[in-house]
Every structure is written in structure tokens, then in C-alpha cells.
Write a protein that binds this ligand. Structure first.
Ligand code: ZN
Length: 247
């Protein structure tokens, strides 16, 4: 079975289309999305429609929940808030209905999925050994998948120590025999200095982590098209600028 794990699409349609083209060509069986379908980016309705159609599991992220009004707008700083207000106005009924049905956590055979972390599936970032240790302690499946930080990450636990760190493009991991916490990075707004869309490929025998393998993937997309759309909608310039640098 081949699974594509995407997160933090953030209404960046051109990044999502480029990743979905590779997913389609690669014969993937499932697509899991770890949340933040919308927010920041200029094409929320199209991204929601594509994920509604293609994702076998899709979580809600903090941006989705703010746009829906389930979390107060005051949770956000200026640029995120400006984009969320714009997205609230732009969102169509189909996209709103799709997002309304999403939760920030899910469990599938062999894996637990969270937008943030097991400690707080909406807001918490797994960026420290301590957060990782508590995340492993709060879960029981061999594989834990999180998004939210927009940084591709691979951590493992041998029960006492946390190993690993940032995951480079092309990195491959054997998932057998050890508990792993993986972050696929962000499709629509990477923040690790690499502007390419970031996602994760998992290949495994049916519900058998002993013979599973993960590969961190990066996909080139036409950043300038998303930048032009952001500027065309009058969204904050910093949101366009950062996409060129992956920050
Ligand atoms: Zn995000």
C-alpha cells in the first residue's frame, strides 16, 4: 500500500496540484492530509474541493478552525488574521461544509494523526525532545504523524531517548522495529529554507509496520503563480515573498 501524507496546504493551489500530479502518477492508494487546508493562501475553495475529492483522511488545522469561527480570530497575529478574514469572505458553501466536518486528530490502523501534537492537536508544536517524549507517551501506535510546524521532521523513540531531527529531501526511513514521529513538512508554505512543496511517502504491506518505509519528498511548483494570485487578492506581501525562500 502506498500512502501520500500531506499537511499545511494553506490554499496554495499550484503547490497542491503539483504534489497531486506526482501522487497520481505514483499509483498511491491513500492520501492523508494533516490539516490547515486553508489560511494564508489565495485559492481556498479549489484546495478544499481537491482534498475533499482525493483525501481518504483529512484533519482540521488551527487555520481551518479560525476561518470557521470555531477559534476566535484573536488567536492570530496580523498577517495570519488578515488572511483568515479574507478567507472567511472567500470561502464558498461546499468548502465550508467540507471543513466543518473535519477534526484535528484521527487514528488509522498503525498510525495516529494530529495537526499539532498528541498533547494539543490544534496548537502544540513538536519541536523539542520534551514535546516528542510526551507525544510518544500520549500515543500507542507505532507511527505518529503531525503537521503544523511546516518543517519536515523525523524523530524516533527507543523508550528512553529521542533520536533524529529535521528531515532532508529524499531521506528514507525504515519504519520497522521502532516508534516514529514524522512531520511531512508543508505543501503550501514550507518554512525550512526549501521553497519546494514538502510531503511524505509511506510504502507498506497492509497494516504491517515491520516492512514499511517512509520517504521525504519535495516537489517543484510554479511559486510565481501563487505569488501573483496572493498579490491580486491584496493579501499581505510577506505571504507572497516568503514562498520564494521557503521561510
Ligand atoms: Zn499551518
Amino acid at each position: 500500500m502506498k500512502i501520500a501524507v500531506l499537511s499545511d496546504v494553506h490554499a496554495n493551489l499550484h503547490a497542491l496540484q503539483a504534489v497531486l500530479a506526482e501522487v497520481g502518477a505514483g499509483g498511491f492508494d491513500e492520501l492523508w492530509c494533516l490539516g490547515d487546508v486553508v489560511g494564508y493562501g489565495p485559492r481556498p475553495n479549489e484546495c478544499a474541493a481537491l482534498l475533499h475529492e482525493r483525501a481518504t483522511v483529512c484533519l482540521a488545522g488551527n487555520h481551518d478552525l479560525v476561518v470557521l469561527g470555531k477559534i476566535p480570530m484573536t488567536a492570530f497575529a496580523d498577517d495570519a488574521a488578515a488572511a483568515a478574514v479574507w478567507t472567511q469572505r472567500a470561502l464558498d458553501d461546499d468548502a465550508r461544509t467540507f471543513l466543518e466536518g473535519l477534526e484535528p486528530a484521527a487514528t488509522v490502523p498503525g498510525a495516529e494523526l494530529f495537526h499539532g501534537s498528541p498533547r494539543d492537536p490544534v496548537w502544540d508544536y513538536v519541536l523539542s525532545d520534551d514535546a516528542a517524549r510526551q507525544s510518544f507517551a500520549a500515543t500507542s501506535q507505532p507511527l505518529v504523524l503531525v503537521g503544523h510546524s511546516h518543517v519536515a521532521l523525523e524523530l524516533s523513540s527507543d523508550g528512553a531517548q529521542i533520536h533524529g531531527g529535521k528531515a532532508d529531501a529524499g531521506m528514507q526511513l525504515d519504519l520497522g522495529g521502532v516508534r516514529r514521529l514524522l512531520n511531512p513538512g508543508s505543501v503550501g508554505q514550507p518554512r525550512d529554507g526549501d521553497p519546494r512543496a514538502s510531503w511524505l511517502e509511506i510504502v507498506k504491506a497492509e497494516i504491517d509496520n515491520e516492512r514499511a518505509r517512509a520517504t521525504f519528498r519535495r516537489t517543484v511548483y510554479p511559486v510565481e503563480l501563487t505569488q501573483a494570485e496572493l498579490r491580486g487578492q491584496g493579501l499581505p506581501e510577506i505571504l507572497a515573498e516568503r514562498l520564494a525562500h521557503g521561510v
